[in-house]
Design a protein around this ligand. Structure first.
Ligand code: FAD
Length: 288
């Protein structure tokens, strides 16, 4: 089996210490030659300036292909497109376009006056600028707000038809979840690539809580395995093995590109990549 293509998600640092952590993460993972790296946009639009600065700095200093996340939350159309314009001005030509979640204290997304009402409107407007390759989110376990699995897939198709060219999935725990989703997408006439989003499990309790909030199904065997591993102090080994097996199963089913949610912690992602045959691309001139 050929080694897969990889890409990595980071979040923007909010302190000096976090900036160093992101820098270290980039140093560890960039030799793996990612197709692109992406930088998240804080929930509720809270990291707007930090995202812009992190994206511009990464683009300028790392030589990596950087994609900026952008949501519709808490901003007018004009403000959101203004941020996209700043990305383009900085040379960033890839965007992960999202509706976003409701800000803290609200239980449903509601657009501000003059804001994009949903992700399709955002994608249409970004697409009309002609400046960006647009990726969107997809939900193998179904988005918690979706009326049905089919409605969720129809909405994904609407996002792709609006001008997006690729989808990245929410994380999931079993390869079959992805395969079922991929098959249903094909049946719905979706031809765009769907990149599986992989979350290496740094901390089982945190991951389990996050999964519950996202509507990601948690298999009993996984919960049991981490319970035992935590008791015996070998959670890290289990996390590496489980993530590697998930990726390997996906590759066995024809997947050739994987998107890792790194949480700005590079070690687990690096170890899994190495196990999958993704090794550092070192310039031979530097070795001699
Ligand atoms: P959409 O796909 O537009 O909507 C979510 C679901 O609601 C749809 O799947 C559909 O079933 C239903 N729906 C919504 N509107 C309609 C409609 N008009 N008609 C029919 N159905 C509808 N959040 C952040 O805040 N910052 C980030 O940087 C960030 N990055 C992410 C990256 C990825 C790859 C993913 C998968 C998620 C990310 N999120 C991020 C989380 C995301 O904001 C939430 O999952 C949010 O609730 C949905 O955003 P979306 O663009 O996928 O929504």
């Amino acid at each position: 089996m050929n080694a897969p293509q990889v890409s990595f998600e980071f979040f923007p640092p909010q302190s000096l210490e976090a900036s160093f952590r992101l820098w270290d993460t980039v140093q560890v993972l960039s030799p793996l030659d990612p197709t692109f790296v992406s930088v998240t946009y804080g929930a509720g639009g809270t990291t707007r300036d930090l995202t812009r600065d992190a994206v511009a700095t990464l683009h300028k200093s790392s030589g990596l292909n950087v994609a900026a996340h952008l949501t519709c939350v808490n901003a007018t159309r004009e403000e959101t497109l203004g941020i996209a314009k700043e990305f383009a001005k900085a040379g960033v030509r890839e965007i992960v376009a999202l509706r976003g979640d409701a800000p803290k204290g609200q239980d449903r997304f509601t657009p501000v006056e003059g804001g994009f009402a949903n992700s399709v409107e955002l994608i249409e407007a970004l697409s009309a600028t002609g400046d960006f390759k647009i990726r969107v989110g997809a939900y193998p376990d179904r988005h918690p707000e979706a009326e049905s699995t089919q409605a969720d897939i129809d909405w994904l198709k609407a996002k792709l038809d609006a001008g997006a060219s690729e989808a990245i999935t929410q994380f999931f725990f079993e390869a079959d979840t992805f395969f079922r989703f991929r098959d249903a997408c094909v049946k719905a006439g979706i031809t765009a690539p769907i990149l599986p989003g992989i979350l290496p499990i740094e901390n089982w309790k945190g991951t389990r809580n996050f999964a519950k909030r996202c509507g990601t199904e948690i298999p009993q065997w996984l919960n049991d395995a981490f319970k035992t591993a935590e008791r015996d102090g070998r959670s890290d080994l289990l996390a590496t093995a489980i993530c590697t097996e998930l990726c390997s199963d996906l590759m066995g089913g024809g997947v050739d590109a994987l998107h890792f949610y790194t949480l700005n912690r590079p070690e687990l992602t690096r170890d899994v990549c190495h196990a999958l045959g993704v090794t550092p691309k070192i310039d031979l001139q530097n070795v001699a």
